[in-house]
Ligand binder design. Structure first.
Ligand code: SMG
Ligand code: MG
Length: 368
């Protein structure tokens, strides 16, 4: 039995160590909402993966703030004994998955901390370290890209994902492949292409890539299935998979052979586990995506990535790949390009008060 007494929403911003450019834009800082729940059993933290603009997803920080403040948090405060599994349908709110995921994370953190149990153990983790890849933004030139990749490989990352967009694709990826013939490489288009880009895909298919992530529109599974039939390289879906039901549909259509699981994109950790379960039952490997999370969201991602179906390295990079100083104690890359899964109760991490103060743009407390 848990009673939620109050919630606090906090908009934070952390400068990124290098700008992160994708096919839909460039970020120079990480801005996100943190949720802190005060319950009768202690507090819990959650991080919302939405960004400042509705680009990767239709959700964005100002909208998520309102969804949380005016709809989700009031419904949670009004509930008797709210369970993490209730957050999906809380207050009858549809969509707003990233906002819901942050709230679910905070509730899980509060409950598990009170029980002294780690999130990883609760979710069904079978590993205590996970293999880590790195996602490399679109660089200023092929030379700059090769130099960045060299740096990340030297740090120990076991898989490198290159962001691509029309015009900055085959030549870039070829340059990286030529410099690192044996590296585990993938590309991520963030939905920037169509089936008319057949030449690009034919050329990418020759480059020994682990996968091509979200090449086509986030709304088009049928075209992804058509493209997958033409390619030897597996397609991995990211934006297209918002639920376990989406994963079932994508697999049934043959729209992908790999799935990127992001707890925020699918509405929470519990749905992420269901996506994992659907894929595992069908023999599809999954891996844990990233949204440039601070240490709070990163702790949740690492717990998820420790489940048995996560057989490919994730975008779960070390704190230093993103921030000069994280909000929490930094996550560091260890032996063999792996990172330790947090073992403490709940998320196993907390924001440092000094870092919170330094990074906060706005706070609002919603009393019960
Ligand atoms: O967290 O290292 C990370 C970023 C991983 O490339 C990454 N995420 O489409 O997979 C993706 C992108 C979305 C980021 S939008 C800011
Ligand atoms: Mg992606």
């Amino acid at each position: 039995m848990t009673r939620v007494l109050a919630a606090e929403l906090r908009l934070v911003a952390l400068p990124l160590v290098r700008p992160f450019r994708t096919s839909f834009g460039e970020e120079r800082e990480k801005e996100c909402i943190l949720v802190r729940l005060e319950t009768d059993r202690g507090e819990g933290w959650g991080e919302c993966v939405a960004g400042p603009r509705p680009d990767f997803s239709g959700e964005f920080n100002e909208a998520a703030w309102l969804a949380l403040r005016d709809h989700l948090v009031p419904a949670l405060l009004a509930a008797d004994d709210p369970r993490p599994e209730d957050v999906r349908s809380l207050g009858g709110v549809r969509g707003n998955r990233m906002a819901k995921a942050a709230l679910e994370m905070a509730l899980l953190d509060a409950e598990l901390r009170a029980e002294g149990r780690s999130l990883a153990s609760f979710l069904g983790a079978t590993k205590d370290r996970v293999a880590c890849g790195v996602s490399v933004g679109i660089a200023g030139s092929p030379e700059e890209l090769v130099e960045q990749v060299a740096g990340y490989l030297a740090e120990g990352y076991v898989r490198v994902k290159l962001k691509i967009e029309p015009g900055l694709d085959v030549e870039r990826v070829r340059a990286v492949r030529k410099s690192f013939p044996d590296a585990a490489l993938s590309v991520d288009a963030n939905a920037a292409y169509t089936l008319a880009d057949a030449d690009v895909f034919r050329a990418l298919d020759e480059l020994g890539l682990l996968m091509i992530e979200q090449p086509l529109s986030h709304e088009d599974l049928v075209d992804h299935a058509e493209l997958q039939r033409r390619l030897a390289t597996p397609i991995c879906l990211d934006e297209s998979i918002r639920s376990a039901a989406d994963a079932r549909a994508a697999i049934a259509l043959g729209a992908c052979r790999i799935v990127n699981v992001k707890q925020g994109r699918v509405g929470g950790l519990l749905e992420a586990v269901r996506v994992h379960d659907v894929c595992r039952a069908q023999g599809l490997p999954v891996w844990c995506g990233g949204m440039l999370e601070t240490g709070i969201g990163r702790a949740a991602n690492l717990a998820l990535a420790a489940l048995p179906g996560f057989t490919l390295p994730g975008d779960t990079s070390a704190s230093g790949r993103y921030f000069a100083e994280d909000l929490t104690e930094p996550f560091v890359l260890g032996p063999g390009g792996t990172m330790a899964v947090p073992t403490g109760p709940g998320l196993g991490v907390e924001p440092r008060p000094d870092r919170l103060r330094a990074c906060t743009r706005r706070v609002e407390r919603i009393p019960g």
